[in-house]
Design a protein around this ligand. Structure first.
Ligand code: IDP
Ligand code: MG
Length: 152
């Protein structure tokens, strides 16, 4: 099944929102296959956000992401990448609908609590930046037969 990379940013960790975020993914029917708290190096932040390196906001983004620990996760589920993006809401929380993570928990773009991969290519790349194969579990969640019409 499809996998996506999701990260609670330092604002979310320091506000105590890791459990809230994980709970939403669990209740939606995602299966947790990897997780770790980490102070990201500037090198890893540069790799993860490489498409933004030349943007004017990049220095403040890198400073913010390295200002405290991030909570890194890999979640599995059918259409995991698109579903996670819909759950987190648009980049600017002021445009995010209530019910989305950013729409419920954040106020501005530079403090928007969460990251989730935006494509198959970025999911594969971002999972590889942060996790080795040995850190990712292969199993069926207890709810899988109730959450999915068929297993694959
Ligand atoms: P995304 O997180 O919704 O995928 P991206 O456009 O990929 O949004 O931007 C990555 C992150 O960079 C955003 O989540 C946000 O933290 C930060 N960012 C994006 N645009 C701006 C901006 O205009 N000002 C400040 N920070 C920004
Ligand atoms: Mg992005």
């Amino acid at each position: 099944m499809e996998r996506t990379f999701v990260m609670v940013k330092p604002d979310g960790v320091m506000r105590g929102l890791v459990g809230e975020v994980m709970s939403r993914f669990e209740r939606r029917g995602f299966i947790l296959v990897g997780a770790r708290l980490e102070m990201l190096s500037r090198e890893k932040v540069r790799e993860q956000y490489r498409e933004h390196l030349s943007k004017p906001f990049y220095p403040s983004l890198e400073g913010f992401i390295t200002s405290g620990p991030c909570f890194l996760m890999v979640w599995e589920g059918r259409n995991a990448i698109e579903t996670a993006r819909r759950m987190i809401g648009p980049t600017n929380p002021r445009e995010a609908a209530p019910g989305t993570i950013r729409g419920d928990l954040a106020m501005e773009t530079g403090r928007n609590v969460i990251h989730a991969s935006d494509s198959q290519e970025s999911a594969t790349r971002e999972i590889r930046i942060h996790f080795s194969d040995e850190e990712l579990a292969e199993y069926r969640g207890a709810d899988t037969p109730f959450m999915y019409e068929w297993s694959d």
